[in-house]
Design a protein around this ligand. Structure first.
Ligand SMILES: Cc1cc2nc3c(=O)[nH]c(=O)nc-3n(C[C@H](O)[C@H](O)[C@H](O)COP(=O)(O)OP(=O)(O)OC[C@H]3O[C@@H](n4cnc5c(N)ncnc54)[C@H](O)[C@@H]3O)c2cc1C
Ligand SMILES: NC(=O)c1ccc[n+]([C@@H]2O[C@H](COP(=O)([O-])OP(=O)(O)OC[C@H]3O[C@@H](n4cnc5c(N)ncnc54)[C@H](OP(=O)(O)O)[C@@H]3O)[C@@H](O)[C@H]2O)c1
Length: 362
């Protein structure tokens, strides 16, 4: 049995915000999470043990037996497929980037009535209304789930997304709007939405409540980490009480595009010993050499500490967002590993096998 603890969370106000019919639960500036009892499956029984060895050099830390998160029998995938999607309802859709931010990102909540049994770290598919240029239904697009399994209302009956509106100019100078992201960002409360999934096991949370969890997100890549962090810091579970270290690095272009900042600051107030928070605001900050502050630039400032943490068996790194970030992060890791005579590519393979290096970039 698990309960959602009472937490008040502000979403930035916006003139273009749409609010749901469920005004008794959500107010425009604040979502109040009341204590809601619910049933939570104990999932530890079906886990499989995986044995991983890392013998890269004599100095590379050996990996020990640990419980696989990916083999967990309780993780549901593909319950709903494109031919018979689940029809959810939009309950809330609000812009969470400032009006001067480059681009718009929206936070939205859909009803599931508990029919989509997702876990933190999974994604859902969305099929936009309408047809494509060939008159065929649109193909699904994947979106990382931004809510914990309990959902934003704490009743396990909703799923939330964090979606960037895709708008770009093509070779002919025409403005092109991405099909599904624009469909989602324009959704009004009360509207139906076709959902598939849930899918994905790569980004599932580690089971160990004492783990060090290093989260590296750019832009909407924050979604799975909001989901993790709500479970860690805003909820109470009989079978999970986080007492490790959660360290979030978030890269965004401007301070007006910092996503869920107030929530994360609230978490930091609640658990200063267990939560570290570092932002990389690329168009406003630079490092001491005057270089653009990308997520990997911020990480480099803690390089030694991160490397030390990475050598622990219960440290798990998660990366989500722009594809480009992966190379930058690999570059830092390569130089740190090389100092100890370790080949990063080999070592990363071992970490991946041990489910300690988890990447979902696009
Ligand atoms: C596992 C996974 C999780 C994801 N999670 C999220 C998430 O949480 N939030 C989120 O916002 N997105 C997420 N995405 C991305 C999402 O699935 C969509 O790809 C995105 O919303 C764009 O879809 P669309 O239908 O709006 O654009 P489409 O209509 O599909 O258009 C996209 C296409 O436009 C073209 N294009 C895009 N930009 C440009 C450009 N600058 N110049 C020229 N051509 C361009 C490319 O051909 C691209 O394939 C995720 C993707 C994956 C794989
Ligand atoms: N699981 C997934 O696969 C998944 C989940 C969620 C989102 N996504 C995708 O992730 C992307 C996030 O985009 P967004 O528009 O939400 O982000 P955004 O708000 O534009 O923020 C992206 C940040 O990353 C910076 N950046 C650009 N190139 C980088 C690089 N090589 N290394 C490190 N940082 C870099 C950007 O800096 P500058 O712009 O200043 O250069 C900006 O600060 C989207 O394409 C989205 O579809 C994928």
């Amino acid at each position: 049995m698990a309960t959602a603890v009472s937490a008040a969370v502000s979403l930035p106000s916006s003139k273009s915000t749409s609010f749901p019919t469920r005004t008794s639960i959500i107010s425009p500036e604040k979502i109040n999470f009341n204590k809601v009892p619910l049933y939570y499956r104990n999932v530890s029984g079906g886990s499989r043990l995986v044995t991983i060895r890392a013998q890269v050099t004599t100095e590379a830390p050996a990996k020990v037996e640990k419980i696989s998160k990916k083999q967990d029998e309780g993780v549901v995938v593909n319950k709903f497929r494109p031919k018979e999607p689940y029809i959810g309802r939009c309950l809330l859709n609000t812009k969470i980037t400032g009006d001067d931010a480059p681009g718009e990102t929206w936070h939205m909540v859909f009803s599931t009535e508990g029919e989509i049994p997702y876990r933190e770290g999974q994604s859902i598919g969305v099929i936009a209304d309408g047809v494509d240029a060939n008159g065929k239904p649109h193909k699904l697009r994947l979106y990382s789930i931004a809510s914990s399994a309990l959902g934003d209302f704490g009743d396990s009956k909703t799923v939330s997304l964090c979606v960037k509106r895709l708008v770009y100019t093509n070779d002919k100078g025409e403005e092109v709007k991405g099909v599904c992201s624009n469909f989602l960002c324009d959704l009004k409360p009360g509207a139906d939405v076709k959902i598939t999934g849930p899918v994905g096991k790569e980004m599932l949370m580690p089971k160990d409540p004492n783990a060090t969890v290093i989260m590296l997100g750019t832009g909407t890549g924050i979604a799975p980490f909001r989901s993790f962090l709500w479970k860690m810091f805003f909820e109470k579970h009989d079978d999970y009480k986080f007492n490790g270290l959660a360290w979030l690095f978030l890269g965004v272009p401007t301070s007006s595009s910092l996503l869920y900042k107030e929530e994360f600051e609230k978490m930091k107030e609640k658990a200063p010993e267990n939560f570290r928070l570092d932002f990389a605001v690329s168009r406003e900050q630079t490092n001491e050499k005057g270089e653009k502050m990308y997520i990997q630039t911020r990480m480099a400032q803690y390089a030694e500490e991160l490397w030390t943490l990475l050598k622990k068996d219960n440290t798990f790194v998660y990366m989500c967002g722009l594809k480009g970030m992966e190379q930058g992060i690999d570059d830092i890791m390569s130089s740190l590993a090389a100092k100890e005579g370790i080949d990063w590519a080999d070592y990363k393979k071992q970490l991946k096998k041990a489910e300690q290096w988890n990447v979902e970039v696009y």
